[in-house]
Ligand binder design. Sequence first.
Ligand code: NAD
Length: 287
Amino acid sequence: MQANSMNTAAVLGAGTMGHGIAHVLAQAGLTTRLFDVAQAALDKGLASVRSNLDKGVEKQKLTVAERDATLARLSTTTDLGAAIRGVDVVIEAVPERLELKTKLFGELGSALGANVLLATNTSSLPITRIAAAAAHPERVVGMHFFNPVHLMKLVEVVKTPSSSADAVRAAVELSVRLGKEPIVVQDAPGFASSRLGIAIGLEAMRMFEAGVASAEDIDKAMVLGYGFPMGPLKLTDLVGLDVRLSIAEHLARELGNRFEPPQVLRDKVAKGELGKKSGRGFYDWKA
Ligand code: NAD
């Protein structure tokens, strides 16, 4: 597996993450097929890639010719067989459900040669179990991208006990080819990013709950005192309180009480205060 000689990629799932992953693959020169079970998701994903590339042209980050060449390398399909035919790498970004991912990796593993890199963009599921479902689990790794994919620099390359050194190196090199900064992490709950990010977020919520300071001032402490680009409570509003609650519950089960979700988080989710998407979370977004 050589990232620099990879020519063709398939991305499975065209949602928030999948369309962004397809964007950066196509921009890096790979012929990229974006697959989804829903045609509407493909149309929406492709429209977002177009719009993000247009913004890049406006900001002079890429030329019109580069935008057009990127779009020419990107195609969409609802046919899984057509999407994966002859590919060098598959990156999966379907919904966060273990049974869905294991089923898909089972199908992929038997359909693709042993030297095709298979990566999952899961943010919390055990990749070791996803790999176990595939033929040749040694070529399965995590490639955990961040939203919005075309702007965020980090890729967590997650290795399982069965991942080969070759597959990990190929995923690292591919991340670099995509213009990203990879880190290599063992398949541990929450990897590196979610575990640390949630730990800080939950502590900020406990401080808010105890009346230590307002949400604005807790966030300002981290932005001005520690150089965070955004405070942990505002970030929670953007990610979605429901999403962070389910990650915290998962980490509490796996790693213990220190990840137990604070009552304020449970109460807000029960009231439908899910953050920016619902108009209110720790901040009021309606104004
Ligand atoms: P999403 O709901 O926006 O998109 C998922 C897409 O998968 C949808 O378009 C859906 O139609 C499609 N889909 C459903 N079943 C499918 C199947 N069998 N085959 C192909 N496509 C199918 O989800 P998302 O936010 O893009 O998340 C995708 C993955 O990325 C999840 O594992 C998630 O945990 C992970 N992730 C998400 C974020 C984020 O900020 N949203 C960040 C990092 C990782």
